[in-house]
Design a binder for this molecule. Sequence first.
Ligand code: AMP
Ligand code: TRP
Length: 353
Amino acid sequence: MAAYGSQAPRARIFSGVKPTGHLTLGNYLGAVRRWVEVDQHQADALFCVVDLHAMTVSYEPARLRRLSRQAAQLLLAAGLDPALCTVYVQSHVDEHARLSYLLECTAADGEMRRMIQYKEKAARERAKGGSVRLSLLTYPVLMAADILAFDTDEVPVGDDQAQHVELARDLAQRFNQRYGRVFTVPRVTRPSVAARVMNLQDPASKMGKSDDAPEARAGIVHLLDEPDAVRRKVMRAVTDSGAEVTYDREAQPGVANLLEILAACTGRKPAELAGEYTSYGQLKRDTAEAVVETLRPVRERHAELSADPAYVEGVLARGAERARGMARPRVDAAYDAAGLLPAFGAVSPSGGS
Ligand code: AMP
Ligand code: TRP
């Protein structure tokens, strides 16, 4: 098992996955596997299917509902254990949206417009001839609310989310300075390998869930892909000119990506593996098999869970209940600190005071 993050006892951890498409090998190696192997054991951890975030670009309602259920099933199939951590769906817990508004009153529009992911996604939406939803701009504020509502110490994410976690830190500090200390200032933790798994057809781009271009789709391995589809995609991966297998992200990005995937699946080091290969073909074959074996138990368990929707719904209902109870006092404290008049005598929905 790889060593990750801080070892502080029972830190609070929060992370999430967006149901915008089928989960990929990038999600698994860059995030979910560490949640399963490390985070849920050493921390008080919450893992959330962040469905509200999936509405920031155009989407189809029935598909969103299906993908949200599937993402929850996959998190459980990958090994998140409801006895150890809290798994739930964001829209089931009102505190996220409730806190997001206060943080919109804390953030500045300029800092939102500087977010790399916003710039990229907004450009893509415009290129498709569509308008950009306001929620795409404010998305990192909602993400900050996800994190800050739970007194989170650590946020384990892949590289692409580091800037958003940095913003959550800034907003926590700014709010605390203005209104008194309410929020814990979180920090990002990243995996030591596979923090950024690249598209097999385009090693300059991240392997993302929802890439519409057919060439890009051929470079995305989904967690539920059949073994033969996985093999085909890996065997057709773009490699680099040059005959040697070296681990060099700049000079040989395609080969480096395969080495990182193989390393992440086998618990070895990419540079060390590079020395063991003399041909791209053998590297691809071994990588394909390692990925197939890594995903096999996840696919099998996912099939069992899809046959038992009541179990999954029960886990999500209990998870939401627990998450609500955890977030409510912190969000109430933020409302109070910001000068909003308490609803004296109101009975909270969770039955508390
Ligand atoms: P998302 O798919 O954007 O909801 O991401 C869920 C988690 O997976 C986040 O922690 C991301 O940083 C991580 N992630 C997504 N794609 C990749 C990738 N290609 N490589 C590594 N981590 C990834
Ligand atoms: N924005 C994250 C992503 O695209 C998902 C996410 C939403 C998240 N809220 C979060 C991750 C809070 C960590 C913590 O991957």
